[in-house]
Design a protein around this ligand. Structure first.
Ligand code: CTP
Ligand code: MG
Length: 231
């Protein structure tokens, strides 16, 4: 199986409070985005990587692509104001395959096994996402008072990659753009088209680095992986 991956990295990382785009935060001496790129660079199923970046950081990413020896980065496109806009620009630049994955630049720990399971499912159904069963009990509340406890059995915490046959996700993004609709993830745009989205159970360690606390988890995950390598 072959796929193309769009990696949005054009955010500002405001919640990380690092004073810079969180993609440049170093983990084990390498920028976060380099960890994410390596996963796909090393996956034989990945044919091309399309990176969406902020215009002001174009040169930095270009340099990373060259010096980091990421040969699969086929294009670096200019991202937009919202993640959805960045992804759409990336999707329009996909050329090599008919199966598009979308994966957050800030999610460096995704494992090849999960990517492959996702790709096989999306190839079969047209649309699939990685998700994990929710661990927390979730309640709805209004004005600080509980109105409802939601049945956890039906709840999933959604991750990336999300994988789609290219025409389906391009169409969904086009329709959303025309309607000025902003979804919280790419699958939600596809769902809006009444297209069924399959869930593939992922791994709890596939975290997105969002706040400074996530750096603690990230370093713990990296340390654990180092130990496993030497076992
Ligand atoms: N992203 C993007 N274009 C945007 C906004 C976000 O490409 N206009 C990317 C981010 O770079 C990140 C991914 O989408 O890799 C997930 O978004 P998020 O975790 O929200 O990152 P940021 O938007 O950078 O962080 P924040 O929301 O805290 O500012
Ligand atoms: Mg954001």
């Amino acid at each position: 199986m072959e796929y193309s991956v769009v990696i949005p990295a054009a955010g500002q990382g405001k919640r990380m409070n690092a004073g810079k785009n969180k993609q440049w935060i170093e983990l084990n001496g390498r920028p976060l985005i380099a960890h994410t790129l390596s996963v796909f660079e090393q996956d034989p199923w990945c044919r091309e990587i399309i990176l969406a970046v902020n215009r002001l950081e174009q040169a930095q990413f270009q340099e990373l692509a060259e010096n980091g020896r990421f040969q699969k980065i086929a294009r670096i496109v200019e991202g937009g104001a919202e993640r959805q806009h960045s992804v759409f620009e990336g999707l329009k630049a996909v050329q090599q395959t008919d199966l598009a994955l979308i994966h957050d630049g800030a999610r460096p720990f995704v494992e090849r096994e999960n990517i492959h399971e996702l790709v096989l499912k999306a190839n079969e159904t047209g649309a699939a996402i990685l998700a994990v069963p929710l661990k927390d009990t979730v309640k709805k509340a209004t004005g600080g008072t509980v109105s409802e406890t939601v049945d956890r059995a039906s709840l999933w915490a959604v991750q990336t990659p999300q994988a789609f046959r290219l025409p389906i996700v391009l169409d969904a993004h086009r329709v959303a753009a025309e309607a000025d609709f902003l979804g919280t993830d790419d699958a939600s745009l596809v769902e809006k088209m009444n297209y069924p989205v399959s869930i593939v159970e992922g791994d709890y360690l596939n975290i997105k680095l969002t706040t400074v606390h996530d750096i603690l988890f990230a370093n713990a995950i990296l340390a654990q992986r180092e130990r496993e390598k030497h076992d």
